[in-house]
Design a protein around this ligand. Structure first.
Ligand SMILES: NC(=O)N[C@@H](CC(=O)O)C(=O)O
Ligand SMILES: [Zn+2]
Ligand SMILES: [Zn+2]
Length: 429
């Protein structure tokens, strides 16, 4: 294995230091390190952070390899500074058996760009009728700890309760896509003044908040871990704050797009802005930023949702919901949280690496930048601003909501257990 000497990077944005990477680990971190034979990475001005961890990625394999594969999504992740991603279960076939999660896990290891951690479905076929083989997925080579029917809500409260009880046995967590389906029939965008004006069926905030309120009560009652996917409303943040103050074991994530964009984007009728849950109001965006800053929201989860051109470039009502996120996630967090002074770099490391790794119970990720730790890390240049060019993305899909938008932060290098997956801003494989 090549030894790397990173010169003059700023760990967590602090004092510049050298980082020596050897045999997959951080061998030393300090001033003026030297190592004969090491490959030198000049990193003056760059911020060093632990490798990012995503709790919410759609890789589309098996089933929609035309939109994304484990390999192309892994490359997008590495280029975004990630060293681990949780692959959502809404594939075809659904990841609801040990066989499918082991296949996804193995494909991730073969691609070798990030650790692909499969999420297991909560119910068979995501149908919300009976529990999938949660224990077999947990015991499989994929060691599944996060279970989600994402794309669908586990709407039946009795089934949700049983899932929460079941995953306690192996320290798992149920990640809920909080959407009361009876309140979102035909929904196209956030329900409010703009949906009325545009004549599009609304997706009310209450459809999300009602499920979160119900689920935190269930999690409290059975003493289990609940995670809330893509929180999008101010009311949801309030409910989470209340639940945490009661000691409920609940965690939550916010997507980069919900931190930056609003329902005003729908006025273009460009389906690239159609997503579940929908883009909300300025007041919601503000509450989400505040919730992420004070830790009520634990993590940023990308909800990277690649879609093929024919599923996205159609009329708004026909288009699939979802947008890309992996390659611009850190950029959006810098723009919305770091530059306005709401989160420092240690805070970014906490919300994008430490806490998501802890929620997923991942070994070797979300670890501090310190001697002896696994060398999972990212180097980012916060000074570079560039316009996003969808054609230049590594994802197989092109549905980026940031096309043409200037964003800060260039990912210069990513290391996975001491091996660079990105160097000079380019994927190494
Ligand atoms: N976010 C989305 O709009 N779409 C996701 C599903 C989901 O996250 O609910 C997808 O799989 O495309
Ligand atoms: Zn979802
Ligand atoms: Zn999703």
């Amino acid at each position: 294995m090549t030894t790397y000497l990173i010169k003059g990077a700023k760990p967590y944005g602090g004092e510049a230091a050298d980082i020596l990477i050897k045999d997959g680990r951080i061998a030393a971190l300090g001033d003026s390190l030297e190592a004969t034979g090491a490959e030198v990475v000049e990193a003056a001005g760059l911020i060093a952070l632990p490798g990012l961890v995503d709790l919410h990625t759609h890789l589309r394999e098996p089933g929609r390899e035309d939109a994304e594969t484990v390999e192309t999504g892994s490359r997008a992740a590495a280029l975004g500074g990630f060293t681990a991603v949780h692959a959502m279960a809404n594939t075809d076939p659904v990841a609801d058996t040990a066989g499918v999660v082991e296949q996804v896990w193995r494909l991730g290891q073969e691609a070798g760009l990030v650790d692909v951690v499969p999420v297991g479905a909560v119910t068979v076929g995501l149908k919300g009728e009976r529990l999938a083989e949660l224990g077999a997925m947990a015991d499989s080579a994929a060691r599944v700890r996060v279970f989600s029917d994402d794309g669908h809500c586990v709407a039946d409260p009795a089934l949700m309760r049983r899932a929460l009880e079941y995953v306690k046995a192996f320290d798992g967590v149920v990640a809920q896509h909080a959407e009361e389906p009876r309140l979102t029939v035909g929904a196209q965008m956030h329900e409010g003044e703009r949906s009325a004006k545009l004549g599009l069926t609304g997706w009310p905030a209450a459809a999300e908040e009602a499920i979160i309120a119900r689920d935190v009560l269930l999690a409290e009652h059975v003493g289990a871990r609940l995670h809330v996917c893509h929180v999008s409303t101010a009311g949801s943040v309030e409910i989470l704050r209340w639940a945490k103050s009661r000691g409920v074991q609940v965690t939550a994530e916010v997507t980069p797009h919900h931190l930056l964009l609003t329902d005003a984007c729908a006025e273009s009728y460009d389906p690239v802005f159609k997503v579940n849950p929908p883009l909300r109001t300025d007041a919601d965006v503000e509450a989400l930023r505040a919730g992420l800053a004070d830790g009520t929201i634990d993590a940023v989860g990308t909800d990277h949702a690649p879609h093929a051109v024919e599923d996205k470039e159609s009329e708004w009502a026909q288009a699939r919901p979802g947008m890309l996120g992996l390659e611009q996630a850190l950029a959006v967090v810098i723009e919305t949280m770091v530059e306005p002074g709401r989160l420092d770099w240690a805070g970014v490391a906490d919300r994008m690496s430490v806490r998501p790794a802890a929620i997923g119970r991942l070994d070797g990720h979300g670890r501090p930048l310190a001697a002896g730790e696994p060398a999972n890390l990212v180097l980012v240049d916060p000074a570079v601003r560039a316009a996003v060019d969808p054609a230049a993305l590594a994802s197989r899909s092109r549905n980026s909501p940031y096309a043409g938008r200037e964003l800060p932060g260039r990912i210069v290098a990513t290391f996975l257990r001491g091996t660079p997956t990105v160097l000079d801003g380019k994927a190494t494989r």
